[in-house]
Design a protein around this ligand. Structure first.
Ligand SMILES: NC(=O)c1ccc[n+]([C@@H]2O[C@H](COP(=O)([O-])OP(=O)(O)OC[C@H]3O[C@@H](n4cnc5c(N)ncnc54)[C@H](OP(=O)(O)O)[C@@H]3O)[C@@H](O)[C@H]2O)c1
Length: 242
């Protein structure tokens, strides 16, 4: 996809898949705005990306409508909006330990956040623009401790199909990743991250877990393919087959 002169907002762009996508879009000539709750993380990301002139940062909590509305006042017109945001702290628990507030933060970041980005961001997009969100394998291969993740990913995919109809011709899609080596696993597995991911790799037909770049590549495809909307693209190394 030629991204020359394109202006792309990536919420979650301070780490993991969003950061990989930011790098990919910058390399293809786009102007990129990375957004997340904390300016400090965004500044570290800016350093990792080499502080290019075509990179902007924006602090925003997408679970807060006033902040989302203010964000789009600052961004101006956009070509594409992406969110990889997820606040999963404390949410991967067995039912007796689940705290409602942690579950609510997941739903706010992965469901209401995308809803608000669509509400306030769609008016900033051209007819050729797109919105892309990130669901996940938990909706298809749920595991113990993953009930909240499973539910919110499924809900997000339903939202994507509905928004694709309501916002047409703007396209709205999701990428559903499998296990991908990103900082999120430090929250889920703690100091067992490396061995957890190594064990997972052995179970997958692809023989490895995902890299953030695998997901960035898929989001880039969805942004550029003008005949794909309402779709969930599974990028998970064959996980649903096993
Ligand atoms: N990694 C995997 O194996 C995997 C598997 C399936 C699905 N997923 C999904 O893939 C997506 C990307 O995850 P990742 O692995 O790249 O994780 P990550 O590195 O933790 O990235 C998530 C980003 O979301 C931002 N964020 C969280 N809550 C936010 C909010 N309310 N408003 C704005 N930004 C917010 C975080 O920045 P701040 O903390 O600075 O706000 C962070 O940069 C998530 O939706 C995740 O659920 C991941």
């Amino acid at each position: 996809m030629d991204m020359d002169k394109q202006r792309i907002l990536i919420v979650g762009g301070g780490s993991g898949m969003g950061l990989a996508l930011a790098r990919c879009c910058l390399e293809k000539g786009a102007t990129v705005i990375i957004a997340g709750r904390g300016e400090a993380k965004l500044d570290v990301a800016r350093g990792e990306l080499g502080r290019p002139a075509a990179l902007e940062t924006a602090a925003v909590d997408i679970s807060r409508e006033a902040e989302v509305a203010a964000l789009f006042q600052r961004t101006g017109e956009l070509d594409h909006i992406v969110s990889t945001a997820a606040a999963i702290e404390g949410a991967y628990r067995l039912l007796p330990e689940i705290e409602l507030e942690a579950a609510q933060r997941v739903v706010e970041s992965k469901f209401y956040g995308p809803l608000l980005l669509a509400k306030h961001g769609a008016p900033k997009l051209s007819a050729k623009g797109s919105l892309t969100f990130v669901s996940g394998i938990a909706a298809y291969r749920p595991a113990a401790r993953g009930s909240v993740a499973a539910a919110v990913n499924a809900a997000l995919e339903g939202l994507v199909r509905a928004l694709a109809v309501e916002l047409a011709p703007i396209r709205v899609n999701a990428v559903s990743p499998g296990w991908v080596d990103t900082p999120i696993w430090e929250l889920v597995a703690g100091d067992r991250k490396a061995q957890t991911l190594a064990a997972m790799a052995e179970r997958l037909p692809a023989g490895r877990v995902g890299r953030p770049e695998d997901i960035a590549d898929a989001i880039s495809f969805l942004m550029g393919n003008g005949f794909t909307t309402g779709e969930t693209l599974h990028v998970e190394g064959g996980h649903r087959l096993v």
